[in-house]
Design a protein around this ligand. Structure first.
Ligand code: DX5
Ligand code: ZN
Length: 216
């Protein structure tokens, strides 16, 4: 099966966002991955609601919004209004994760949970049946262009087994260090969605790289 491809706009040219979003509209990308960082949960600040809204104005594909922020429940409705189709929150940022997931669903978004590289997938056991997507971070969140953490392959296999065993319909998304070398191995391990930032946008023709990632 072809992977779902979600280029990360974190690596786009922020001075030419409309141009880059329109390029993704014309490409074989499936979703647009939107990374929100608050300088608290992660040691970096990316962009916020007005930029998400501006991306949405030009995007013809679903916005896959990855909230790397503390207390994400404070901003769920605002990101929904700014165009989010999917809202992913970090397990590590949510002491009341079940409640946050219910709030995301009530807003009409697909609900995702992201886990940092050190967080075992077994901690997802009691939320898995309630969500649409798991974002397995394959780098420490906060920056694009980092190198892929090899242990992720093991986590993909473990999570895939949990999902299959319970016959659930949950997508496994990999975020960080996805490139021409890691992508086929991730798909073989059981990944469904690939997020790719620097690998796509550093290419002379990002649409060609996107097409290649769709056919590993
Ligand atoms: C990292 C972000 C990623 C990032 C991936 O914290 O969540 O989505 O954009 O960037 P690359 O593909 O460059 O590793
Ligand atoms: Zn991300």
């Amino acid at each position: 099966m072809k992977p779902i491809l979600a280029p990360s706009l974190l690596a786009a040219d922020f001075a030419n966002l409309q141009r880059d979003v329109e390029m993704l509209n014309r490409s074989e990308a499936d979703w647009l991955h939107v990374d929100i960082m608050d300088g608290m949960f992660v040691p970096n600040i990316s962009f916020g609601l007005p930029v998400c809204q501006a991306i949405h104005r030009h995007a013809q594909k679903p916005l896959d919004v990855h909230l790397m922020i503390v207390q994400p429940e404070r901003y769920l409705a605002a990101f929904r209004a700014a165009g989010a189709a999917h809202l992913t929150v970090h397990l590590e940022a949510c002491p009341h994760l079940h409640s946050v997931i219910q709030q995301i669903k009530e807003l009409g978004c697909r609900a995702g949970v992201a886990v940092n590289p050190h967080t075992p997938v077994s901690l997802l056991d009691d939320i898995l049946a309630d969500i649409d997507l798991v974002n397995l971070m394959s780098v420490n969140p906060g920056f694009g262009g980092q190198s892929f953490i090899e242990h992720t392959y093991t986590k993909v296999r473990q999570l895939k087994a949990m999902i299959r065993e319970r016959k659930l319909d949950v997508l496994i998304e990999i975020d960080g260090g996805v490139n021409g070398e890691t992508a086929p191995r991730l798909l073989e391990a059981g990944a469904d969605v690939l997020v790719a930032g620097s690998y796509v946008f550093a290419a002379p023709d990002p649409a060609v790289v996107i097409a290649k990632l769709k056919r590993p």
